[in-house]
Design a protein around this ligand. Sequence first.
Ligand code: HSE
Length: 311
Amino acid sequence: MTKESDCISVFAPATVANVACGFDVLGFALEHPGDEITVKKTNTKKIIITKIEGAEDLPLDADKNVVGVAIKALLQELGSDQGLEISIKKGVKPGSGIGSSAASSAGAVVAVNKLLKAGFDNTALVRFAMEGERLASGTAHADNVAPGIFGGFTLVRSYSPLDVVKLNTPKDLYCTVIHPQIEVKTSDARSVLRISLPLKKAVVQWGNVGGLVAGLFLEDYDLIGRSLEDVIVEPIRSVLIPGFDKVKFNSIQAGALGCSISGSGPSIFALSKGKATAEKVKKAMSEVYENFGIEYIVYVSKVNPNGVKEI
Ligand code: HSE
């Protein structure tokens, strides 16, 4: 029989990356949805994924699954050949834009760190989980895995060396996320971006990043709203998302502080002060896809100040 200490289960939350102005550097965690990951020690010296519930198309082969790759990065640095068996229950749909691969990678490395008492700090765990992101999208970006592991809002101040800063989460901040049921692959959404940009646009963007970070610390909701503007990525990627302009317009009309693409899309997020406004935004967003006849899932969630947690 498996001893209790030979097994751990965690909940790993969905995350919103970019947060309008902070492409590849800003993100925050949601309360729900999320993945559940169970990791068990074995004597096989192998990493075996036994089952993936809720996304049966994902590969069980540990070298082709973000969970296996992230765990192997951790074990390699630990110098351990510990065998592990992993089962995954996907609550975050792949290709949704709310950090599906990141939830699994972040959950897996936090679970293994705890199970093996490996003692890695959060920044090291982000580094391992980023290997999962590299496999999933071709780029080891950290703006989903960082808030997944640290909780709340995070800023990736630098990638080289990796420097993640946990920001403040204003207590009345709620998020509404709508996921039209189409899939946009992160790798495709990255391939449409331009690699250079005019200095004028960069000036607007870094003003907004600074404004958003200041707004979060000052708990100045108006400043947060004014800063939720993306003049670089959103204009290019929004064409991949049916009804984006209308969803954004309706959200602001309903009282949202701001609205933009969640990660690489197709999900769209809005931030609001208070749950009542976030619920109005949910209705306003939903109406667009009702009218278009496009199926959708919509969530209202408080910004989650905690990251992956043991269950
Ligand atoms: N920053 C990444 C991107 C997030 O926008 O491509 C992907 O979820």
